[in-house]
Design a binder for this molecule. Structure first.
Ligand code: BES
Ligand code: ZN
Ligand code: ZN
Length: 480
């Protein structure tokens, strides 16, 4: 979709549709909306959408009155959703060219970026492999604005949302088409096109590095593992920080020998969503050029049962030297991340963020609305929370007291890979903490938020692309 800025008056802009926000209790008299407001048909409630055709004095064929709620509460996050909902309503109606005019109070660069993001994210549909229904996406989205910095803001929004859709497409790929090898090839291609460094470690290199925890998970699959490393270096950085982004890349999680029930197992293709978010974040970072070096680490494996698969009771030695008793082969994400965290530290990262579809328990705790956030460092936790707030990607801090460590004890190794019945998301995070060691680190459990089970007016069913925007913002706003 092409993104443009236009300075001409909105009423004169020729388009298939013009989206305008309508606030609760604020009477909009243009666009023939006055009577509808008076009668209560248009109340400006959040996400209430009303399409008007051929309005007098408006060059656009349609006007979409987009309910925005209370004006004083309206955030850029609300605008992102509102524009996305408008776009999703229109894309089903053979509309190709859409314009949007922000109201006088919500037209700053931050809002313009959000509007563009909403348009691009709303225009996304996970239909790459549907051959029967013709695609009905929009061709053009124009923000009507003469504000300072509008063009730069639109461009920033475009870069971020296109990266997020890149991630969503990767997450949606089925596991027969997206093997670890293919995921690495896609990452390499992206890095090449973006001018980023990319290295893919293969199995023999992982063996040399002693990544026993990762290799134990991978050994049950005929597909070889791949460990993707993508690096961004700013032209002239004075920062001492080096941000490491670690993402779980399980291209399919059957559970292994501790096999999952077949009901719903098809969803486990999204068990690489954390890794895909990191790869997508690097795509945006390459273009937006934050002030600090950033390296993404994405261990990719397929977790399969079979005659070569790891068994419950197996003991593996992680790269850090710690031994782990694999009490449940379905708790595989933490095993591959253990070696990825150790490797990121070894590569000189001073600050770490990982994202992983790690536990069903985080979905029990927080539902589908908040990412579970765990950290070993208050300052690092606050940085990530701040970034997530700015981006409207909700995250909720979870506890990680040292006392939880005893939940992971093993009779025969340094630790087990599962805790008991309770606090499953916390014990998983506690396990990772052992490998982040003293490096400031945040763990994001995205099992409940990386995938939408049902469509909403502003987003399709399927991959969300979380927490890409938070990670990009974290890098962009970095101050030592
Ligand atoms: N990939 C799953 C977690 C998951 C569950 C993601 C539901 C998305 C939706 C993970 O590898 C897993 O299987 N975790 C187990 C851990 C348990 C064996 C301690 C879980 O959550 O059941
Ligand atoms: Zn699992
Ligand atoms: Zn998993």
């Amino acid at each position: 979709m092409q993104i443009t800025i236009d300075k001409s008056p909105a009423l004169e802009f020729a388009a298939d549709a013009l989206i305008v926000p309508i606030f609760e209790g604020v009477k909009e008299t243009r666009f023939g909306a006055g009577d509808l407001v008076d009668s209560g048909e248009v109340a400006g409630k959040p996400l209430e959408l009303t399409i008007l055709h051929h309005v007098n004095g408006v060059a656009a064929t349609r006007v979409v009155l987009a309910g925005a709620g209370k004006t004083e509460k309206f955030t850029s996050g609300d605008l992102r959703k509102l524009v996305a909902a408008g776009v999703r309503l229109l894309r089903g109606k053979s509309v190709k060219k859409v314009a949007f005019e922000p109201d006088a109070d919500h037209g700053s660069p931050e809002f313009i970026s959000a509007a563009v993001e909403g348009a691009i994210l709303g225009n996304f549909e996970p239909d790459r492999l549907k051959t029967l229904d013709p695609k009905k996406s929009l061709d053009q989205f124009t923000v009507v604005s003469s504000a300072d910095g509008a063009a730069e803001a639109a461009e920033r929004g475009r870069i971020i949302a296109e990266a997020q859709n890149f991630t969503r497409n990767m997450v949606n790929e089925p596991a027969n088409l997206l093997t670890p090898t293919k995921m690495a090839a896609m990452a390499r291609q992206m890095a090449f096109e973006s001018g980023l460094e990319c290295e893919v470690l293969e199995q023999s290199q992982m063996q040399e590095l002693g990544m026993g925890a990762l290799l134990g998970v991978s050994q049950g699959s005929a597909e070889p593992p791949a460990f993707i490393v993508i690096g961004y270096r700013p032209a002239d950085s004075t920062s001492k920080a080096h941000l490491g982004l670690i993402g779980k890349g399980v291209t399919f999680d059957t559970g292994g020998i501790s096999i999952k029930p077949s009901d719903g197992m098809e969803k486990m293709k999204y068990d690489m969503a954390g890794g895909a978010a990191m790869i997508g974040a690097m795509r945006a970072i390459a273009q937006l050029k934050p002030p600090i070096p950033v390296t993404a680490f994405v261990p990719c494996v397929e977790n399969m049962p079979g005659s070569k698969a790891q068994r419950p009771g197996d003991i593996v030695t992680a790269m850090s030297g710690k031994t782990i008793e694999v009490l449940n082969t379905d708790a595989e994400g933490r095993l591959i991340l253990a070696d990825a965290l150790a490797y990121a530290r070894k590569q000189g990262c001073t600050h770490l963020v990982d994202a992983a579809t790690l536990t069903g328990a985080i979905v029990v705790a927080l539902g589908h609305l908040n990412v579970g956030l765990f950290s070993n460092n208050d300052a690092m936790r606050d940085r990530v929370l701040q970034a997530s707030k700015s981006e409207g990607e909700r995250m909720w801090p979870m506890p990680l007291d040292d006392d939880y460590k005893e939940y992971l004890k093993s009779a025969f190794a340094d630790m087990g890979n599962i805790g008991g019945r309770w606090g499953g998301a916390i014990t998983a995070a506690m396990f990772l903490k052992e490998f982040a060691e003293d490096t400031p680190w945040v763990h994001l459990d995205i099992a409940g938020t990386a995938w939408m089970d049902d469509a909403k007016p502003y987003i399709s069913k399927g991959p969300t692309g979380l927490p890409l925007r938070t990670l990009v913002r974290l890098a962009m706003d970095w101050k030592d």
